[in-house]
Write a protein that binds this ligand. Structure first.
Ligand code: SIN
Length: 290
């Protein structure tokens, strides 16, 4: 068992927010995928105060060893999430982490208030790092703004607060450290790297103009950023970025992560979570025996 901010988790592999839609996965692959749920906690896609339609299509571009997304956080808003999604997620039998994004501190305050009495929610991840919405990563890339936001939010909830950090900043360690000073219980990183793709006639391919790069292409960046954050903070780190195998997960744990999240690989292989967890367990067993 792993103690993550007071939450007991069976193993260190979770999903990255927005990267394993259990409702869609169940519709496509049947109950079996859900019955033997691969992740030790489930992280929701980002929820905002008001419903969002997301960015215009096209929303995806396959890049060398990765993908660029410009999804734009479509979601039913906090009321829709509580009414339509939370009950389904609660059936998964693992702790639930709800990921939220506010455009202002006041919106984050309202989101926390809406979640506070919901015992189904074990922890809250603050998305201060989405590259696909106008105000998404302004706060996340500014250490002072991040500390002030955390200082305002921390007293408002009993639930652990995880801050999802952006790699699109000069000094991710300073941002992590500011989040910790403000009262964050954990940090998660990396979100996607800002990127773009050109389509016909040299026009941006993605409807949102630019997007976020993920997948194996960013694995080495994630490793370096997790390692540098681990030198700066004492709170737990959820490492992610291009994890496609147990060995990738082990590398992030090696440099200081307590948990590892699987993101883009789940789009390529919906059973990736279970596979990566099994590969990681095998690596642990081999190392224990050596
Ligand atoms: C999106 O929905 O645009 C992706 C979420 C994110 O990068 O935070």
């Amino acid at each position: 068992m792993i103690d993550f901010c007071g939450i007991e988790l069976a193993h260190p592999v979770i999903n990255a927010s927005g990267c394993f839609d259990v409702l869609a996965a169940r519709a496509c692959f049947g109950e079996e995928l859900i019955e033997r749920f691969p992740f030790s906690a489930y992280v929701s896609k980002t929820v905002t105060l008001a419903p969002r339609a997301g960015n215009p299509p096209p929303r995806l571009w396959e890049s060398a060893a990765g993908m660029i997304n410009s999804i734009g956080l479509p979601n039913p808003g906090i009321e829709g999430y509580l009414d339509e999604h939370l009950g389904e997620y609660a059936k998964l039998g693992v702790p639930l982490i709800t990921n939220v994004m506010g455009s202002t501190a006041a919106e984050f305050v309202a989101l926390l208030a809406a979640l506070e009495d919901r015992s189904e929610v074990a922890a809250i991840e603050l998305n201060v790092s989405c590259p696909n919405v106008a105000t998404g990563l302004d706060i996340g890339a500014d250490p002072r703004g991040l500390r002030l936001l955390l200082e305002e939010l921390r007293p408002l909830t009993q639930k652990p607060l995880i801050v999802k950090l952006t790699p699109n900043t000069a000094d991710v360690g300073a941002c992590a450290s500011a989040a910790e000073e403000g009262g964050a219980d954990a940090v998660s990183l990396i979100n996607t790297l800002r990127a773009m793709a050109l389509g016909y006639g040299g026009k941006p391919w993605l409807g949102g103009g630019s997007g976020g790069l993920s997948g194996p292409a960013i694995r080495a960046v994630a490793l370096a950023q997790v390692a540098s954050v681990a030198e700066r903070v004492a709170i737990p780190i959820v490492g992610m970025g291009g994890v496609s195998s147990g060995a990738d997960a082990a590398a992030l744990l090696e440099v200081g992560a307590l948990l590892v999240a699987v993101g883009t690989e789940s789009f390529r292989d919906p059973a990736a979570g279970a596979r990566i967890s099994a590969e990681l367990a095998r690596l642990f067993a081999e190392n224990a025996g050596s």
